[in-house]
Design a protein around this ligand. Structure first.
Ligand code: HEM
Length: 454
């Protein structure tokens, strides 16, 4: 006897199905689906059937079946027009060929160097703040994560090397991303995208040429890529390096900015826990001290706060795949041709995995409670083969922001209730004004450029 397919959540409109609700409030849609049907249910998106699964077991199946019966590449095909074939938008063999390179970029040695770049750029931001004032933390984190990415991946001279127009062109490209409209239509945003891509190619290729000629003078992402052959021994072409660089910026920039801003906001909304974080920072990090792996390891309350914010305010709130072969989920089967989705709205609020799941409670990640032990309960950084390669980079960057900000400033949240803004690349908080005042005893000189080893 053939098994049934997942039951559909209520509220489908004729023709449109659940498309409008998905665009307006996919969290509400997923939560209603789970309340009505449990851990597996369906909805209708632009004429397609989508299955939503919840909980560690199904999430694990989703990630381990990716590149087997589930296809990641076609889901992200709208990114191909923007960044070309790179990472998971490249064919499977090409992706597997690039994997050692990805691992090398985020090796332990490189992470130590990135920590220096992070401290330098975050401190530079804090020094620009002056003695007291107000700032929109959502916007500020976008700037800080740009500077960190530029410094970490291009080196300390990144502003001059990338040129003034770089981020304007990057924005034109990232704002053109559209999962629905055909990317070749002659729309103004696609024309702006193509012109920006030409300018970025023209800006980045000379940097690659310089590094090919004199690799010993540089220690950055491009030299790393040039020195590290792919699995089959080939060295990437200039076009591939540009694609990789842009792909990494896209994967890691707005995602980290949004989650860093939410981490600060949620700490300010929970003064009891912030007190613990403050005590930890004061004990672990002396003014002007370099933030190395040892310091980061001791900031455990900070990392639990980051994990709790990933759970409650994830930048990446869902991931989708196309089902290529029928997927048997026990009582139901998800047929080939459907889409399948994992959802933070359901998995991260699952009371079988998290005690009192609506509560902000970072201590749930402490070793005593260990609610994070099954990593498949959290989908915020993905899982399996395609799990975010930049996860430790992002978490360390957020830890450096929190540690230096609260070490040097008293901060108060003025916008009491920022909301989630849904973006194509990542979700982020709406404008969130914080008021700050420099702590009197702090002596936090900018980490000197000469000390920066990258
Ligand atoms: C808070 C920040 C971040 C979040 C929430 C995040 C989230 C994710 C998620 C959910 C995936 C898996 C996508 C899928 O399975 O469909 C992913 C993959 C990836 N992320 Fe991140 N990411 C973050 C930061 C970064 C950073 C900083 C970088 C690099 C600088 C980065 C590079 C990547 C790469 C290369 C992949 C693809 C891995 C693969 O296919 O093997 N991410 N990220």
């Amino acid at each position: 006897m053939t098994k049934p397919t997942p039951s559909f959540v209520s509220g489908a409109l004729p023709l449109a199905g659940h498309t409008l609700e998905f665009q307006r409030n996919s969290t509400g849609l997923d939560q209603r689906g789970r309340a009505e049907h449990g851990d597996v249910f369906g909805f209708k998106l632009m004429g397609k059937n989508v299955a939503v699964v919840t909980g560690a077991e199904y999430n694990k199946l989703f990630y381990t079946e990716t590149d087997n019966s589930l296809n990641i590449r076609e889901v992200y095909s709208f990114l191909k027009a923007t960044f070309g074939e790179v990472l998971f938008t490249a064919p499977k063999e090409r992706y597997q060929n690039q994997r050692p390179l990805l691992q090398a970029i985020f090796s332990r040695q490189k992470m130590a160097e990135y920590a220096v770049a992070m401290q330098y750029e975050v401190q530079r931001w804090l020094d620009r703040l002056g003695e007291a004032g107000e700032v929109d933390i959502s916007a500020a984190m976008l700037d800080v994560t740009r500077d960190v990415a530029g410094h970490a991946f291009i080196g300390p001279d990144y502003e001059r090397e990338l040129g003034e127009g770089f981020w304007g062109d990057y924005d034109a490209i990232s704002r053109s991303i559209d999962p629905i409209l055909p990317p070749t239509w002659p729309l103004p945003k696609f024309i702006r995208r193509d012109r920006a891509k030409e300018r970025l190619n023209a800006a980045l290729k000379p940097l690659i040429a310089k590094r090919r000629q004199n690799p010993e003078q540089y220690n950055d992402l491009i030299t790393q890529v040039l020195a590290q052959p792919e699995k089959d021994g080939t060295i990437p072409t200039d076009d591939e390096i540009v694609r990789l660089f842009m792909g990494l910026l896209f994967a890691g920039h707005e995602t980290t900015a949004g989650q860093a801003a939410w981490t600060v906001i949620q700490l300010l909304q929970h003064p009891d826990y912030l007190q613990r974080v403050q005590a930890e920072i004061d004990a672990v990090l002396a003014p002007g001290q370099a933030i190395d792996g040892g310091v980061l390891r001791n900031l455990e309350h900070v990392y639990w706060a980051i994990d709790e914010t990933t759970r409650l305010k994830p930048s990446a709130a869902m991931q989708m795949r196309i089902v290529e072969q029928d997927l048997d989920l026990g009582e139901v089967v998800v047929p080939a041709g459907w889409l399948i989705k994992v959802s933070a709205a359901t998995s991260h609020h699952n009371d079988e995995a998290f005690a009192d799941p609506e509560r902000y409670d970072p201590l749930r990640f402490s070793p005593e409670r260990n609610e994070g032990k099954n990593t498949f309960n959290i989908i915020g950084f993905g899982g399996g083969m395609h799990k975010c390669t930049g996860m430790n980079f992002a978490k360390n960057e957020m830890a450096v922001v929190v540690a230096l900000l609260f070490q040097q400033f008293d901060v108060e949240l003025i916008t009491q209730d920022p909301h989630v803004v849904t973006g194509v690349g990542a979700n982020h908080p709406s404008a969130a004004i914080v008021r700050y005042r420099r702590k009197r005893q702090s002596e936090h000189a900018v980490v000197q450029q000469e000390a920066v080893a990258v």
